[in-house]
Write a protein that binds this ligand. Structure first.
Ligand code: 5RP
Length: 251
């Protein structure tokens, strides 16, 4: 792993993290092996699990001469691609991707995802929408029946900074729950995305058997909402690295 990758993993480290990292690694390696073919364009998601996907891509480039162009979904993903000496692409030159490989904060039984825990949801959704397949890699803690069961940080909503208060009020009035402006790590001010926007984390009502496609399109109608972390009907397949060393798949 490059020093940048180690830093990404260390920022999310905890005592139980060794086994979680192993779960992320086996899911990522399996997905890369099954989905990435030579002479293709691959979208590179963001987060700690993607570090292992990039690690595997770099290994395959070295060992089998795999040829891939990688389109990043964030500054972090761009750094990972560059530091692993992979070919860096962009949507100007590579508007169609064979596959995008990305992590998720939660995946429900219908393959609806919450993404954006790392604040990269907008570019992740754009790149995923340009890919024929979106493949999700995660550890076993991300697999849920219903959204909100495992992931307690809410649904991230990227908003234009000047509109965060009215957006917050409108969403709370219509759907209930609580919306929190995401703060930067040192809490010196709001977290600012790669696109210069703010993030509202929407702590919606638990155990909601919502029509997430409808909720997503309604949220997108609100002026100032740039994108949501709800990914509905986008993911092709999810790979979960399990506690016992196996990989569970869902599609
Ligand atoms: C970033 C994301 C990540 O893919 C998501 O937060 C999962 O991250 P990790 O692999 O670290 O659990 O959506 O915006």
């Amino acid at each position: 792993l490059s020093s940048f990758s180690k830093t990404v993993l260390q920022t999310t480290a905890s005592s139980s993290n060794m086994s979680l990292n192993e779960a992320k690694r086996i899911a990522a390696h399996r997905a890369v092996d099954e989905w990435v073919k030579t002479n293709t364009v691959v979208g590179i998601g963001s987060g700690s699990t993607v570090v292992f996907a990039v690690e595997r891509l770099a290994e395959r480039v070295q060992k089998e001469g795999l040829k891939v162009t990688c389109v990043p979904t964030s500054f972090q993903a761009r750094q990972l691609i560059v530091e692993n000496n992979l070919v860096l692409g962009d949507l100007d030159r590579n508007p169609k991707l064979a596959v995008a490989i990305d992590g998720a904060d939660e995946v429900d039984r219908n393959m609806v995802l919450i993404k954006g825990g790392g604040g990269c949801l907008l570019q992740e959704k754009i790149v995923a929408s340009c890919a024929e397949k979106l493949i999700i890699i995660a550890d076993y803690t991300k697999n849920s029946e219903h959204l909100g069961e495992q992931y307690k940080k809410g649904i991230p909503i990227e908003v234009v900074p000047m509109a965060y208060v009215p957006i917050k009020d409108r969403i709370a009035a219509k759907y209930g729950g609580e919306l929190k402006l995401r703060m930067a790590v040192a809490k010196a001010g709001p977290c600012v995305t790669d696109n210069g926007n703010f993030i509202l984390d929407w702590h919606f009502k638990q155990n909601c058997d919502c029509d997430w496609a409808k909720v997503n399109s309604e949220l997108l109608q609100i002026p100032g909402v740039v994108e949501t972390g709800l990914f509905v009907n986008m993911a092709t397949k999810a790979y979960f690295g399990m506690n016992d060393g196996s990989v569970k798949t869902q599609d």
